[in-house]
Write a protein that binds this ligand. Structure first.
Ligand code: NAP
Length: 527
């Protein structure tokens, strides 16, 4: 993002558009705001949810040097808002306020923290339409999907409001008769949370929910591309009674904010969701102060269709796994592995289903595929498609920019994709489904595991035995069997290999914010 950010700033107004032909559109599209988007942002402004300042110590604050970044609508290039562009000084103050708030927040009873979180959950749901509109405005996903993200994001706050009350320790049978051995679980302290643009709400609540529930205080840094949803959620957290300093939000200069969080000895944990490249940098930078680190990084998910799959289930599941958020999720199917015997039938049925997807502005009724986040994203997709075609893959449908312009790309299916093509090796992060042929179950497992990533995998089969066998053999943190949408607050989410460290969601997600303390009570036989 560092390079991308520079490129975006360089063209000023519409920082999402960087290619020469796109920049021709910039000035006219930035000046005019469509009525839909205008009325949505006016409504949001009057509801108090369109916040543009950072949140430090319970106060809304401009950046100290008064600089701002422009947040734009990827569907139109229109500027939605100017938000504070913060850096090291603001981050240090946010850390200090979190550090100050930690003793009182962590000393509340779990029940008291739970009540605050529950109120926050209720407010998130009460404002789900507005929050959904904000997500569509700044991220581009269709409104229905955006409102779905609000429900999903809020579910982590509800879940951890409940889980706060179940942070049990242990009593261990002692090794000596005059001793009693206890295990306490205590909050780690101040947490730095860095989140991406593709889930502007859910990637924040999945971290802040368990952090606040366990008694930690947090400094959140949302992506500069989608800070508005984070700020609106923080406003609702204040209304719910999250005390000043317990939750801070700073955004702007990502490397500066990251460095401040990482170098501070007061920050005891870094939790990051984003690209593998940035995750590795943060992990290295966390070493000098030996912070706890959780990383939710990129994937390269296989969706494996066996000959014995139910064709309809495989098409529906793969469609959902591939095209959610126009292919811009870490768990999106990146490679569709199809067995010889069902390959042609699947290719035909799947392409028919993809043909029916509706590309358009997320506010338009019926849209299922919004724009890609910026021009760099669409250029990446184009280069991957060109690479595959130049090496012998064949486009069944799509394969080019959509006639709507901007960063819209046609939903695409490509067959005869091989392992030497870029789209087999790296995250496409766009609406392109590459079909790869395989012969045997062993081949499928070998191809699926032949990657440095290990986040999500999907298999489609009607054999119970094969479901077990293949699930066990896949080197992935999540496996969907005959199902393409598997994320839920009640189950652990996270990757193996270079897809990350730690888990989010579920009871396991709470452990990431807790330290285990062993207490030995001696001399217990004394009267
Ligand atoms: P990214 O470029 O790594 O950015 C993620 C966050 O890190 C943003 O807030 C970004 O800030 C910040 N950042 C960038 N450089 C930084 C630095 N040097 N120091 C500190 N922070 C820095 O990733 P992205 O493009 O936003 O998100 C897409 C990636 O996230 C994909 O690879 C996807 O697979 C992954 N992802 C993973 C999961 C998961 O749960 N495993 C979930 C969602 C997404 P700015 O945006 O302000 O520059």
């Amino acid at each position: 993002m560092v390079v991308g950010a520079a490129a975006r700033v360089a063209i000023g107004g519409c920082r999402r558009l960087v290619s020469s032909h796109a920049s021709l559109l910039v000035s006219s599209q930035c000046r005019q705001m469509s009525m839909d988007a205008r009325s949505v942002s006016e409504k949001l402004r009057s509801s108090g949810l369109l916040r543009t300042q950072g949140l430090i110590g319970g106060k809304w604050i401009d950046s100290y040097d008064k600089t701002t970044i422009k947040v734009t609508n990827p569907a139109t290039g229109e500027i939605i808002a100017d938000v504070a562009r913060m850096g090291v000084k603001e981050t240090n103050d946010a850390i200090a306020s979190s550090y100050e708030a930690f003793p009182s927040w962590s000393r509340l009873t779990a029940g008291e923290r739970s009540k605050v979180l529950r109120r926050w959950y209720d407010l998130l749901l009460a404002h789900k339409e507005e929050l959904g509109q904000l997500i569509t405005l700044e991220q581009g996903k269709p409104l229905k999907e955006a409102i779905g993200e609000v429900a999903y994001g809020a579910s982590f706050i509800e879940y951890y409001a409940e889980e706060a009350k179940r942070v049990y320790g242990d009593i261990i049978p002692p090794n000596m008769s005059d001793r009693r051995l206890l295990v306490l679980k205590q909050p780690v302290g101040v947490v730095g949370a860095i989140t991406p643009w593709n889930f502007p709400l859910a990637m924040i609540t999945r971290k802040v929910g368990p952090a606040l529930a366990s008694g930690c205080t947090v400094v959140v840094k949302p992506s500069e591309l989608t800070p508005l949803t984070a700020l609106a959620a923080a406003e609702l957290a204040l209304q719910a009674g999250v005390p000043p300093g317990a939750l801070n939000v700073v955004m702007g200069n990502a490397p500066e904010i990251g460095d401040a969080l990482l170098s501070s000895p007061q920050v005891r944990k870094i939790t990051f969701t984003g690209s593998t490249a940035v995750g590795k940098k943060l992990m290295a930078a966390a070493a000098p102060t030996v912070k706890k680190v959780s990383l939710e990084l990129g994937g390269n998910a296989p969706s494996i269709i066996f000959d014995d799959a139910d064709l309809e289930v495989a098409v529906k599941g793969t469609l959902a796994a591939k095209f959610r958020n126009s292919g811009q999720t870490c768990v999106c199917a990146n490679r569709v592995l199809v067995q010889d015997g069902i390959y042609d039938k699947f290719a035909e049925a799947f392409s028919e289903a993809v043909q029916k997807l509706e590309v358009g502005d997320g506010f338009k009724e019926g849209t299922t595929q919004g724009p890609l986040i910026n021009d760099a994203a669409i250029q990446k997709v184009e280069s991957f498609v060109q690479d595959a075609v130049s090496k012998g893959a064949k486009i069944i449908i799509g394969g080019k920019r959509h006639s709507l312009g901007m960063t819209f790309y046609e939903p695409t299916v490509i067959r005869d994709v091989m392992s030497n093509m870029l789209m087999s090796k790296e995250e496409i992060f766009g609406p392109v489904a590459p079909l790869i042929r395989f012969k045997t179950e062993e081949d499928a497992i070998r191809i699926a595991n032949d990657t440095i990533a290990g986040l999500a995998a999907y298999i489609f089969t009607n054999s119970v035995q094969r479901s077990w066998r293949v699930s066990e053999a896949l080197e992935y943190g999540l496996v969907g069997v005959n199902e393409g949408l598997i994320s839920t607050e009640v189950a652990p989410f996270g990757g193996v290999k270079q897809s990350g460290l730690g888990r989010e969601g579920s009871k396991y997600g709470m452990d990431e914010y807790l330290e285990i303390k062993y207490v030995c009570l001696g001399d217990m036989n004394r009267q």
